[in-house]
Design a protein around this ligand. Structure first.
Ligand SMILES: [Cu+2]
Length: 495
């Protein structure tokens, strides 16, 4: 089954359902006597949405009794292309369902723990005033349901999360979400609202190492994540899943940080936040570039889309974006405004290997074929081409011709097509000093590319040896692993 396709389809459906302009709270109907409504508040079922969709405004001017039904599911899903992880979720996805209520509402909370689950779970909502935020009252064994009630005393954007021991592990597996308590008068209407939540993940395998990856407790204790992600999967908000808006629209992002460990330096490349409700509170700061979101905290950011283009959404602790997956995209469509921006697209600089549409699919196809034992040269070349575009092409150029006197060509290069061990070693360990390529001398430095995993190096080199005018053989991940194990990395290189 193609889970990313399914995901995209579900995302599109949800988005379509909630994309309309949000409306101001409707005035109370004259036929509803206010005094009576206060005595016995109306009972309403909360509309819950999966990210990036946000439920519509409550539209109410009086308190209500709001029923929330949330089911915990332990599910195996994709964390990165070709990489699976067992997530523990509120409602089937990471982050959990978005809950929207109004200040003064009484919330009747029902939590189910699906019978197929293995673990007990509970919920601590930061919007609750009371011991444990509901944690003790909501402790639920698999196949059971529990219920508790709280009054939403304070307005704001609050995180909720599991607080069952080991707490860090439950959160690291994706057990968090957001609950918005609207002010009595509602939030100012905007054109688009989206739900994003950052989290850090810890796997036994390296970043993008394929297959089902177990949780790594030691890395979690050391606060050394393998992945830092928006909405629980690398690519959850990339390509076709990007959030979308039109020029002129006002956009509101509800952003949470589930942690468990890292604080987020939340930033949208190419935008300035007109308003930030820092830490999800009721006051806003204006004209902000980057806002800090604590683990177990949130922010509401608002801005207007003035110029069309693709806007990368990142954690500006930037290695997390390029090497751990903390990247989402906002696509803005509409007319250029050359007075604000000249119009030259610079997306590829920031999007690296995500710039090429469909590139990830080729990498997954190769990973699937490898797992099935049917990997062939053609699949490796395809995957390698996509990966080459995101790493090697910066210097050796997309056509592999290099730049004379600076970066040697890989096309027609004897080194690139020669001894396998040597060329693998150049990629994982780098190269410094004079080399002669196609009769021209180069004397520079290529940094080690050892952050790439064995599959990635194998596919890139198979591509290099079989295209760009070269005709050669296949390089396997096992051959890369052998060279990695038997050669020393220069100081400072990734392991
Ligand atoms: Cu849990």
């Amino acid at each position: 089954m193609n889970s990313s396709l399914l995901r995209a389809a579900i995302g599109a459906l949800l988005l379509a359902a909630c994309e309309g302009p949000t409306s101001a709270p409707e005035p109370a109907k004259p036929s509803a006597p206010v005094a009576a409504a206060e005595a016995t508040p109306a009972t309403v079922e909360a509309t819950l949405t999966a990210a990036p969709a946000v439920p519509p405004p409550t539209g109410r001017t009086a308190a209500a009794l709001v029923r929330v039904d949330l089911e915990v599911r332990e599910v195996t899903k994709q964390i990165s292309e070709g990489v699976d992880y067992v997530f523990w979720t509120y409602g089937g996805d990471v982050p959990g369902k978005f809950i929207r209520v109004r200040q003064g509402d009484t919330v009747e909370f029902h939590m189910k723990n699906h019978p197929d689950n293995k673990m007990p779970h509970n919920i601590d909502l930061h919007a609750v005033t009371g011991p444990g935020g509901g944690a003790a009252s909501s402790f639920t064994a698999p196949g059971h349901e529990s219920q508790f009630t709280f009054k939403a005393l304070n307005q704001g954007l609050f995180v909720y999360h599991c607080a069952t021991a080991p707490v860090g592990m439950h959160i690291a597996n994706g057990m968090y979400g957001l609950i918005l308590v609207e002010p009595p008068e509602g939030l100012e209407p905007v054109d688009k609202e989206f739900y994003l939540m950052q989290g850090d993940f810890y796997t036994v395998g390296k970043y993008r190492e394929k297959g089902l990856q177990p949780f790594d407790m030691q890395d979690a204790i050391d606060e050394n994540p393998t992945y830092v992600l928006f909405n629980g999967s690398e690519g959850a908000l990339l390509g076709d899943n990007a959030i979308k808006a039109k020029v002129g629209e006002r956009i509101r992002l509800f952003i949470g940080n589930g942690g468990p460990n890292l604080v987020s330096s939340f930033h949208v490349i190419g935008e300035i936040f007109d308003r930030v409700y820092t830490e999800g509170g009721s006051r806003f700061q204006e004209n902000v570039q980057t806002t800090l979101i604590p683990a177990g905290g949130s922010a509401i950011v608002e801005f207007k889309a003035e110029v069309p283009g693709t806007y990368p959404i990142v954690d500006h602790s930037i290695f997390r974006t390029f090497n751990k997956g903390a990247l989402a995209m906002l696509k803005v469509e509409g007319d250029e405004d050359k007075a604000i921006y000249s119009g030259k697209e610079v997306d590829s600089v920031y999007l690296a290997d995500k710039a090429e549409a469909g590139s990830a699919a080729a990498v997954t196809a190769a990973a699937d074929a490898k797992a099935a034992g049917t990997l062939d040269k053609a699949a490796q070349v395809k995957a390698g081409e996509a990966l080459f575009a995101g790493t090697c092409s910066t210097c050796h150029q997309a056509n592999g011709m290099g730049i004379e006197g600076v970066f040697p060509p890989l096309a027609g290069s004897e080194v690139a097509t020669g001894d396998k061990t040597r060329v693998i070693s150049i990629v994982v360990n780098g190269l410094t000093g004079p080399v002669v390529v196609n009769g021209k001398e180069y004397n520079s430095t290529m940094p080690p590319m050892s952050q790439l995993n064995d599959d990635e190096v194998a596919n890139i080199l198979t591509y290099v040896r079989n295209s760009l005018g070269n005709h050669g053989d296949v390089v396997s991940a096992e051959e890369v692993a052998a060279v990695r194990a038997s050669t020393p990395r220069p100081p400072g290189a990734a392991h």
